[in-house]
Write a protein that binds this ligand. Sequence first.
Ligand code: NAD
Length: 357
Amino acid sequence: MSQQEKMKFGIIGAGNIGTVHTKTLAKLQDKAETVAITDVYLPLAEERAAEHKIGKVYRTSDELLADQDIQAVVIGVPNKYHAPLAIQALEAGKHVIIEKPMAVSLEAARDIVRAQRKAQKTVMVPHQMRFEAGARMLKQHTDELGHIYNAKAGWFRRKGIPGWGTWFTRKDDSGGGPLIDIGVHLLDLSLYLMGNPKPVSVSGSTYAEFGPHKRGIGNWGTPNWDGIFDVEDLATALIKMEDGSTLTLEVSWAVNNVIENNGPFVHLMGSKGGASLQGKKAMLYKEESDKAVDIKLEVPEVKEDPRIFMYEHFIECVNQGKEPISNVMTGFTNNLVLDAIYRSSKTGNEIKIDWEI
Ligand SMILES: NC(=O)c1ccc[n+]([C@@H]2O[C@H](COP(=O)([O-])OP(=O)(O)OC[C@H]3O[C@@H](n4cnc5c(N)ncnc54)[C@H](O)[C@@H]3O)[C@@H](O)[C@H]2O)c1
């Protein structure tokens, strides 16, 4: 594809996030075009197509993936279907954007890595938090921190259980609760800001104090009170890296506390300095003549959605044959850690990570 041509996308899943992706792509008019959409609930795909002037609505993902006009697909469906659709898309010769978590299980994540290696197509997991202004600014300063030997990250939603009783709260469909839903964003962001150290062992615990009692409900997704809740609503973990560094990750969908204003946070502790990121606020913590110095980074007001930068990055990577910063191996690393946290919680033991693919 020449640099001037628009990249042609197909969207699989016209729900909440499918709509977000469709809107983002519509803003990238000179670089990208959504040419087709599908959803198992066809009226939704038809609605999105009418809203965004998408030319083709397919009844099935099989039909969409057979469309030779489509170069890249966006997979925005419940977690359970990420791997089968991603593998099918790679086999059909498409570049793939797979929503987080990359896979519902470690086995499924391994299958995606193998399929990507065989197909030699670009895979990106759209962790938009890496592209937010504060994170981009902080990333420019992480070299100043020396060896980042410890990090603490999390997101404690006070009342934020999404779609109670729908696929979100069914382990078979989602793979888990807040850990795999929002924790994966903070795990991904922390490892990225730490310089991608290699996780080697994990201890974790999970809890379910709210969900089973239909408490702690948020406003993402419509509840189905006849459904089931068999996932955690809080998770905590200590992740140890090959270089000796550690990461504490803690997340909840529901909790009786206000921790860091119930928003996402990352704190980095380095041998030469520290840093923290909380929403748009990015701080550096340094020393001058043995005195503590706090520096507030001037994060620019960026009007564009961070997903615009994410898509520009993806398109550039495909065009130039480069690996996206959030790729199949960073997605796999996240799945390795998530799996180890759940296994540690179940067995009560520390889990050694097995990197074999
Ligand atoms: N990056 C983010 O911040 C972010 C935010 C929200 C959701 N997500 C992720 O996006 C994915 C979807 O979440 P959502 O909130 O949009 O869910 P949703 O339930 O609103 O939408 C999912 C859509 O997929 C359709 N669908 C289900 N199986 C399908 C299949 N096999 N083929 C085609 N369509 C199918 C459903 O009919 C539904 O319309 C999840 O993996 C979730 O983790 C990411």
